[in-house]
Design a protein around this ligand. Structure first.
Ligand code: NDP
Length: 403
């Protein structure tokens, strides 16, 4: 029988929504999504024991796994306490067979922890992005790593679109003015523009970057992108995309830049003083990829000088961001905590995907190839395309970098 250790974020501060209460959730259900834009099917577990649309990613939600696991005789331990050697996570890890965690509240599986977790055989990322797992150590110890590929890519793309419009139209300050009882229209509109006609560029056009481009196309903007590989010619022509060899080539043409690339040595601190200075004065920068792709202090300086008109995103360094994080007080920002990929809609998909992975693994049948990152002592599936084993992970990057 397996022991599954699940690390989830805390319940809402005002309590977990009461089961069965008709007022607990804002809506009664979710639209049905059967497949993703590239044709990959949404998760297909044999059954689910949760209600799609309910809060699953926090401790009481348990990703809907308890009835399923306990009915088969397995043990489920759920905690949010993950930091430090006395944490519940560290204590329970000693004899856990499976660890499940989300990138929003990552349980860092460092080489040291993996070495000490003698029973560990499977690490599941409920969501996308397993850079919180030391993949080299997972490979060395025969631990399988899997994530729910595509489960929240569109969720993140929608967040990017929302933040783009929020910044350009100066939505958040205008809303704050209403909350404050004001009606000072000139104050609201003196920083408000239309997106129409602007030039928007994405650094990377993978699952999220391309979804952002597709969603922004109807706003009659000019679309730009840079990536290590060009998109198919028919996609470029359908969306009227202008390809640039590098971010440095692209940003001088853009009014809005969105970052949708993985964090790795090529992208770490890519947006420094020099690249920010190469942008048009008044560019908006949106980053939902990873905080360390930008130089934190350079972003703040660019907002203060007016070089950037706005900055938004949901990724911080470190996470959780401390109360005195320099980004909290910088001007013209529209930051959220790391939430873009954890909408209730996304939670339903990645909870179902986690269940699908566990069903396969516990039954000894193959885990879907597109969910695999590490398997059989090497990179596998999506991991073989998106990650590379490297021994010199830079400071703060726990484990193998995504490439
Ligand atoms: P994909 O793997 O689908 O796409 C990533 C793209 O980035 C690929 O096209 C890749 O190119 C490209 N790329 C890699 N390096 C560079 C570079 N130096 N310059 C330009 N392009 C580059 O990933 P997703 O779109 O699903 O996710 C992108 C990132 O978003 C993730 O790595 C993760 O950090 C972040 N993310 C954030 C979430 C959140 O909640 N905020 C949730 C999910 C993801 P190629 O394949 O040709 O090498």
């Amino acid at each position: 029988m397996a022991k599954v250790l699940c690390v989830l974020y805390d319940d809402p501060t005002d309590g977990y929504p009461a089961a069965g209460s008709p007022t607990a959730y804002a809506r009664d259900g979710l639209p049905r999504i059967d497949s993703y834009p590239d044709g990959q099917t949404a998760p297909t577990p044999r059954a689910i024991d949760f209600t799609p649309g309910h809060l699953l990613g926090s401790v009481s939600g348990e990703l809907g796994l308890r009835a399923f696991l306990e009915s088969r005789g397995h043990t489920l331990v759920v905690t949010s306490d993950k930091e430090g050697p006395d944490s519940v996570f560290d204590r329970e890890l000693a004899d856990a067979d499976v660890v499940v965690s989300q990138p929003f509240w990552p349980a860092y599986l460092t080489a040291e922890r993996i070495a000490g977790a003698k029973n560990l055989k499977l690490a599941v990322t409920a969501g996308i992005g397993s850079d919180h797992v030391d993949l080299d150590a997972a490979i060395a110890h025969g631990v399988t790593v899997a994530e729910v590929t595509y489960s929240n890519s569109i969720s993140v793309a929608e967040h990017v679109v929302m933040m783009t419009l929020s910044l350009v139209r100066n939505y958040l300050p205008a809303h704050q003015l209403v909350l404050d009882g004001g009606w000072h229209i000139a104050d609201c509109v003196s920083r408000s523009y239309d997106l129409e006609g602007m030039h928007v560029g994405t650094v990377a056009a993978g699952r999220i970057g391309l979804a952002v481009l597709r969603r922004l196309a109807p706003f009659d903007v000019a679309l730009h992108y840079t990536d290590r590989h060009r998109l198919p010619a028919d996609v470029e022509s359908e969306l009227g995309l202008v390809f640039h060899e590098s971010a440095a080539d692209m940003v001088p043409h853009c009014d809005v830049v969105t970052i949708n690339a993985p964090l790795h040595p090529e992208t770490e601190h890519l947006f420094d003083d020099k690249l920010l200075a190469a942008m048009k004065r008044g560019t908006y920068l949106i980053n939902t990829a990873r905080a360390r792709i930008v130089d934190q202090d350079a972003v703040r300086r660019a907002l203060e000088s007016g070089q950037l008109a706005g900055y938004a995103g949901d990724v911080w360094y470190p996470q959780p961001a401390p109360a005195d994080h320099p980004w909290r007080g910088m001007p013209h920002h529209g930051m959220t905590p790391h939430i873009s990929g954890s909408s209730l809609s996304a939670q339903a998909r990645y909870a179902a995907g986690t269940r699908e992975i566990l069903e396969s693994w516990l039954d000894g049948t193959p885990v879907r190839e597109e969910y695999l990152i590490v398997d059989g002592g090497g990179l596998a599936g999506t991991g073989a395309r998106s990650y590379a084993v490297r021994a010199d992970a830079p400071d703060g990057l726990p484990g193998t970098a995504r490439l």
